[in-house]
Design a protein around this ligand. Structure first.
Ligand code: PEP
Length: 252
């Protein structure tokens, strides 16, 4: 059975104190509710990784970074390597978020290197893919997502691909309040799973966790997560409020 996951991407939000309060509220929620086997991952800004990791160790929370550099180490001022994340016991890393593709010009080729660095350091990539609005409107969305997967992920060997979590995030739905319909999400998730089956095999396809991301909130999470191929969500805005995030976790 593939893992169901809810991951919170805090992006560039919260002061240290606010981050501390939020993580403590989440730890309290996790420790006082039965969430079964659902994996809950918090991806705070990098300066709060240690704080989050320390607090998470008191519960079943996992911690993810929001980014990793594509080089192993060296003169890359301001950057963070996969080995550094590994040395801090970080479990996951978001790779290929559309905001990084847009503002920091991260190409599919660069992202394949980031995926490699993460895998080498036993960090599980949460690999984001998804089309822009004009690409959806032009009917090119399957081609765009296929290219993103083929150029950044499908070079992995079977045993490494098994560590990857995929997040389908239509860019037009991120932070806009416009969510993909349940049918649109299911259609793309099933397509992604079919590509994995074609490239690897049915067993790997069936065991790959595919998250939906894009204005997911306590009101729409249940309908989205009810889809056969939607295994949870990557949550931006709604992960910044403990109550909303908790309700999303309880939406399976
Ligand atoms: C995201 O940043 O990955 C995201 C899904 O954001 P939001 O939930 O705010 O749309």
């Amino acid at each position: 059975m593939r893992k169901q996951i809810v991951a919170g991407n805090w992006k560039m939000n919260n002061t240290f104190q606010e981050a501390d309060d939020l993580i403590n509220e989440l730890v309290e929620f996790i420790n006082s509710n039965d969430i079964g086997d659902i994996g809950v991952i918090i991806c705070p800004p990098a300066p709060y990784l240690e704080l989050t990791s320390d607090s998470a160790s008191e519960s079943d929370l996992f911690v993810g970074a929001q980014n990793v550099n594509d080089h192993e180490s060296g003169a890359y001022t301001g950057e963070i390597s996969a080995a550094m994340l590994e040395s801090m016991n970080i479990d996951y890393c978001i790779i290929g978020h559309s905001e990084r593709r847009k503002y920091y010009h991260e190409s599919n080729e660069m992202l394949s290197e980031k995926v490699n660095r993460a895998i080498e350091s036993s960090i599980q990539p949460i690999f984001c893919c998804g089309e822009l609005l004009p690409e959806r409107e032009a009917g090119e969305y399957f081609d765009v997502v296929k290219a993103q997967l083929e150029e950044s992920l499908f070079h992995l060997k079977e045993e490494d691909f098994e560590d990857v979590v995929i997040a389908y995030e239509p860019v037009w739905a991120i932070g806009t309040g416009v969510t993909a319909t349940s049918d649109q999400a299911q259609e793309m998730h099933a397509f992604i799973r079919s590509l994995i089956k074609e490239k690897y095999n049915e067993n790997i396809a069936e065991n790959t966790t595919i998250l939906y991301g894009g204005s997911c909130n306590p009101k729409n999470a249940r309908e989205l997560f009810a889809n056969k191929d939607v295994d949870g969500g990557l949550i931006g805005g709604a992960s910044l409020k403990a109550d909303d995030f908790a309700k999303i976790i309880q939406s399976f």
